[in-house]
Write a protein that binds this ligand. Structure first.
Ligand SMILES: CC(C)(COP(=O)(O)O)[C@@H](O)C(=O)NCCC(=O)O
Ligand SMILES: [Mn+2]
Length: 909
């Protein structure tokens, strides 16, 4: 991609413009409420972004860059700073809270360049199939407001222009905006506030049935979001994998102001079987009267410091401190909520508000748990999902409900909670828009991201959005100046909080309850309809990308330390990559703070963002960099190393060509392993780079390549390649090479290996990152590297030409001939990721298409073949190659040492 960093004059008319390619870009629309100041107007300042007005989105041309070839007619221009332009909204107007779900569309990358076209033809990808998705890429956001602050909500909708345009025009940007906009709405407020919406926003509310919406929302979440449901027992949270084919029937208990109990038998098939008027509204209403609390969250926070024994009558109070063991009740069981208040000569003021709040919370939670159990029993249901904003991710509430269900059902029924608990209705209303195709989305097409503000605000979004990066950073700076105000997460109830038969008094309570606990557990859902499950996974259902389990606290602590210690160096690189300007420095600091806050948050509650693996942490770092507009922190390092390696490539190729086939294969594999040492993500390696030049380190690394390697299946691989005795196996048809780093790794390691496969008649597909991550080579950079290498090698040149790789590159071939002699093709596809690891449940459609004819995959590097996929099994032959550049991982995974190598070969399973 050619960068227009010199501020060229861009003619927009007549040239196609498109937004940044954002399959993986993070949402950067965090908006904040400042302590004590209410909402601050954060509408975008003038600057170099063009002001938005009217219903047509305007363009932000800053940092515009041409994608592909300058020479091409009508090149596509990327607008990295152009923010979301297409939005949709659905609302759930409840008695206590208003929930919004809105969608912001991002232009899908439908690149025009010739390389992609050739690739598509070769891989048989038709554009037609893409168009069949009613929605293109986009993001689903979740926001809530208190109903009594409906004006804030209307301001928010207005500031983001969410009400603009009718649905049809919104889904398809080519249609004109509609001035008679209609918003899907559910909840009682859809009736109550219809006039207000019309008056303030000029929109009509299209009312959807509340139960329909709750069920549609729950079904969507349970089918489409990976870590949506979890159990919560005695402080332990555990995510539950729901089998889509075995979801129904279940009981859905939605705890809003009141409680609905719904038996769900399928999509759109349900019956409201019960309910209770003692719900969230009761807790809040009674709690407010009894404690003078100003908000629900405040009331919940009070309960955190409460001791209900002062008010509740316990079994022990009646039985002189004894259990009533005959019927299974311990002395600490609540015999009668608020029961002590009748027998004591005390007034309301004599009770601590904290104790009242906890007593009330337990009374209501327990009652709901019990009613739910009775209904589950009534219909023979084993699974009960609890939703609604009463829960708010609050540990005691969940424990209390779980306890009731467990106790009364004797463990037969299971209480489960939903991360998007409060948004079922709003999501369901959103789903009711016709033709958006959301209900067809699958788990692998949704990527959840946690924006920069999440650790601070808990995803709470108030007021207008932060207009641009500058405002985001100044908010961050202000925040940091205020000191350590990262609010503590919801303290997990310690083990034993709710012993069998009753509720013990919590032995330790958190200092503060996060004011907006529930919203912490959800991020922004990025919809990427083009993502697919990698078709060569032997068993996608049991596939787990992460090798290291961060549920082990010592692992968690270790990797947090590694990432924290790497941060200063990363910031230096990132700042340097943007010219070391003052602006870059500011962004660098803000990035470091934001990422540290994410780390701190996860350290306190590892499951806060869903199940946590090392791959998620490494990806979060890259996402966070992107959020602060560090597009490619290792850009110049990559360039330098590519140049140095390309300079010695001809000598290496000559040396290889002088070898026998078998020696050459070994030398090639050694070469890949040795060159994998160039990894700017490894502390040990970075220290090493200060001790020599690229070539010196490469030589040293090669010289240390004694076999047997720590994991050494080379001989089996060699046999598959050359056979034994008279048996000569056919070459592989197509190999997918998941490449890793720039520089020596790709140029002196993987390209020569690719060349060997090509020489043997195997088609080669180089699979590289869609977005930069550390010093990994990207799919965008690869064609130029291949073109350079092809100048020195006929095999590569012919294959690259056959694969359409050289269409744009101006290369001088060795012999000057340009005829397209027959060759198996060399291709490049993007993998759909922007991380050093790869989750093969979510790969690009290009890669999925390329995989269909592949019978060999080679995964290279620590991230792709050790941290992730080390235990993955494939339908085709697989070779995993990596140098282990971390002592602890070497000990743990291969019982070896740092710089040991892995050559793991697994024939098709
Ligand atoms: C980030 C990485 C996975 C990249 O390794 P690669 O995939 O390039 O081989 C690796 O450098 C890593 O695990 N680094 C952290 C551990 C350390 O600094 O030792
Ligand atoms: Mn790498």
């Amino acid at each position: 991609m050619a960068n227009l960093t010199e501020d060229p004059v861009l003619e927009i008319n007549g040239i196609k413009v498109k937004e940044e390619d954002t399959n993986l870009a993070i949402d950067n629309k965090v908006v904040v409420r400042e302590e004590g100041q209410g909402e601050r107007d954060m509408s975008p300042p003038g600057g170099n972004s063009i002001h938005r007005s009217g219903s047509r989105p305007q363009l932000d041309l800053s940092k515009a860059a041409i994608e592909g070839n300058f020479e091409e007619k009508d090149p596509i221009i990327l607008l990295p700073n152009q923010s979301d332009d297409i939005s949709h909204l659905a609302v759930d107007l409840g008695g206590s809270l208003i929930k919004l779900v809105y969608f912001s569309r991002h232009e899908d990358r439908s690149s025009n360049d010739k390389r992609k076209k050739t690739l598509k033809e070769r891989l048989g990808i038709s554009n037609g199939s893409r168009r069949s998705y009613p929605i293109l890429g986009g993001r689903l956001h979740f926001v809530k407001f208190e109903t009594n602050k409906i004006n804030e909500c209307l301001d928010f909708i207005s500031s983001k222009q969410l009400h603009r345009g009718g649905m049809d025009s919104r889904w398809d940007s080519e249609l004109p905006a509609n001035n008679n906009a209609v918003i899907k709405a559910t909840g009682g407020g859809a009736y109550k506030f219809a006039d207000l919406f019309k008056e303030r926003l000029g929109v009509s509310l299209d009312k959807e049935d509340e139960m329909d919406c709750l069920v549609a929302g729950a079904n969507f979440l349970l089918k489409a979001i990976r870590h949506e449901a979890f159990t919560h027992m005695e402080g332990q949270k555990e995510f539950v994998q729901i089998d889509h084919n075995d979801l129904f029937p279940y009981l859905l208990v939605n705890i809003g102001s009141g409680v609905s109990v719904i038996k769900v038998d399928g999509d759109g098939k349900f019956q409201r079987v019960s309910g209770t008027n003692v719900g969230g509204g009761t807790y809040w209403g009674l709690g407010r009267l009894l404690t003078k609390c100003k908000s629900f969250d405040e009331l919940l926070e009070l309960s955190q410091r409460g001791d209900n024994r002062t008010i509740d009558m316990l079994v022990g109070d009646i039985y002189g401190g004894m259990d009533y063991s005959k019927i299974g009740l311990s002395a600490s069981t609540i015999a009668s909520s608020f029961g002590k208040a009748i027998s004591e000569n005390k007034e309301l003021e004599d009770y601590r508000p904290e104790d009242i709040s906890l007593s009330l919370l337990r009374m209501i939670s327990y009652n709901i748990g019990q009613i739910s159990y009775l209904n589950a029993l009534r219909f023979g249901l084993k699974r009960i999902f609890f939703g609604g904003f009463f829960i708010r991710g609050h540990a005691y509430t969940m424990d209390t409900i779980s306890f009731a269900v467990q106790f009364w059902s004797k463990g037969e029924a299971q209480a489960m909670f939903l991360r998007h608990e409060g948004f079922l209705g709003a999501l369901g209303a959103f789903m009711s828009y016709e033709k958006h195709g959301l209900d067809d989305l699958m788990v692998h097409q949704l990527v959840e991201r946690f924006p920069m503000g999440a650790p601070y605000t808990g995803g709470k979004i108030h007021g207008p959005p932060l207009g641009d990066l500058n405002e985001k950073i100044s908010w961050m700076e202000k925040f940091v100046r205020k000191g350590n105000e990262i609010t503590a997460p919801v303290p997990m109830a310690p083990t034993g909080t709710t012993g069998l038969g009753g509720f013990e008094v919590p032995s330790s309570k958190g200092e503060t309850l996060r004011s907006d606990a529930s919203a912490l557990n959800i991020g922004v859902l990025h919809l990427v309809p083009t993502l697919e499950v990698f078709p060569l996974l032997a068993d996608p259902k049991t596939y787990e990308p992460n090798t290291i389990d961060l549920a082990d606290p010592s692992e968690l602590e270790y990797w947090f330390t590694v990432l924290s210690e790497h941060l200063p160096d990363l910031v230096d690189k990132a700042v340097a990559s943007e010219g070391g300007t003052e602006d870059a420095k500011r962004r660098g600091h803000a990035f470091a703070r934001a990422f540290s806050a994410h780390l701190a948050r996860l350290m306190e509650e590892p499951a806060a963002y869903g199940k946590l693996g090392l791959a998620n942490l490494l990806e979060l770092r890259e996402e966070c960099l992107r959020e602060f507009h560090f597009v490619d922190a290792y850009r110049s390092i990559k360039q330098r190393e590519n140049e140095a390696s390309l300079a010695v490539l001809p000598d290496l190729l000559m040396e290889l060509d002088s070898m026998s086939e078998e020696t050459r294969l070994l030398t090639l594999i050694e070469g890949v392993l040795a060159a994998n040492i160039f990894d700017w993500g490894s502390r040990a390696c970075v220290d090493l780079y200060h001790k020599g030049t690229i070539i010196e380190i490469y030589r040293m690394s090669r010289n240390k390549m004694q076999r047997p390697w720590r994991v050494d299946d080379f001989d089996v691989f060699k046999e598959r390649m050359f056979g034994s005795g008279d048996r000569k196996p056919p070459p592989h048809r197509r190999a997918l090479l998941f490449v890793d780093n720039s520089g020596a790794d790709i140029v002196l390691g993987m390209l020569p290996l690719a060349r060997e496969l090509l020489r043997r008649g195997t088609e080669v597909v180089l699979v590289a990152n869609s977005l930069p991550a550390l010093n990994d080579v990207t799919a965008m950079e690869l064609p130029d590297i291949v073109a350079e290498a092809a100048k020195h090698c006929d095999i590569l040149r012919r294959a690259a030409e056959a694969g359409g790789l050289l269409v744009d590159a101006m290369i001088n071939t060795l012999d000057g001939s340009k005829e397209n002699s027959s060759s198996v093709p060399l291709m490049v596809v993007e993998n759909g990721c922007g991380s050093p690891c790869i989750d093969l449940r979510q790969v690009s459609s290009e890669l999925a298409a390329a995989a269909k004819d592949a019978d060999l995959i080679i995964l290279e590097g620590m991230g792709r073949s050790l941290h992730t996929n080390y235990n993955a099994r494939f339908k085709c032959d697989a070779l995993k190659l990596a140098m282990v550049k971390n002592q602890r991982l070497a000990e743990k995974l291969i019982k070896g040492n740092i710089y040991n190598c892995v050559c793991r070969y697994e024939p098709a399973s």
